[in-house]
Design a protein around this ligand. Structure first.
Ligand SMILES: [Zn+2]
Length: 141
């Protein structure tokens, strides 16, 4: 998404200082995410109880989503690289066919994907769009 300070591309990742063995209970919330700007180095932490998927703004920081482009007559959005990974895995049907979930992806996130993302005939274009978004990411972001 866009950095609140300089409008460069900022990334949102799980809070780097929460040890893997300490989760929600210890921190009083579902999770803590950190917005970090690849341009100016600005960062900010935010806790959320639920993420709204498909909204044009980041669910944690309410900033406009960086990764968005038109696809199949709709707007394809991703909040970060992991979200792109999820979309790619889902649309590529690896998840559906093997009945597996990406460990970090809540089922609710998959359930709330828009219908057009689940339509098989859109698959090729969606995967191409995801690859294009991925290649537009700043290095290391
Ligand atoms: Zn910035």
């Amino acid at each position: 998404m866009y950095c609140p300070r300089c409008d460069a591309c900022a990334t949102v990742t799980p809070h780097p200082e929460i040890p893997a063995d300490k989760k929600a209970a210890d921190y009083g919330s579902l999770d803590v995410h950190r917005l970090r700007c690849t341009g100016c180095g600005f960062f900010k932490d935010r806790k959320v109880d639920s993420a709204v998927v498909g909204s044009p703004v980041d669910p944690y920081f309410q900033r406009p989503v960086w990764l968005q482009t038109s696809c199949c007559g709709h707007v394809l959005r991703a909040y970060n690289v992991r979200h792109l990974d999820l979309l790619e895995a889902y649309v590529g049907a690896r998840l559906r066919e093997r009945g597996e979930l990406v460990p970090w992806a809540p089922m609710s996130l998959v359930e709330r994907l828009p219908t057009w993302l689940k339509v098989v005939k859109n698959r090729t274009e969606i995967l191409r769009t995801i690859r294009r978004l991925r290649s537009a990411l700043p290095a290391g972001g």
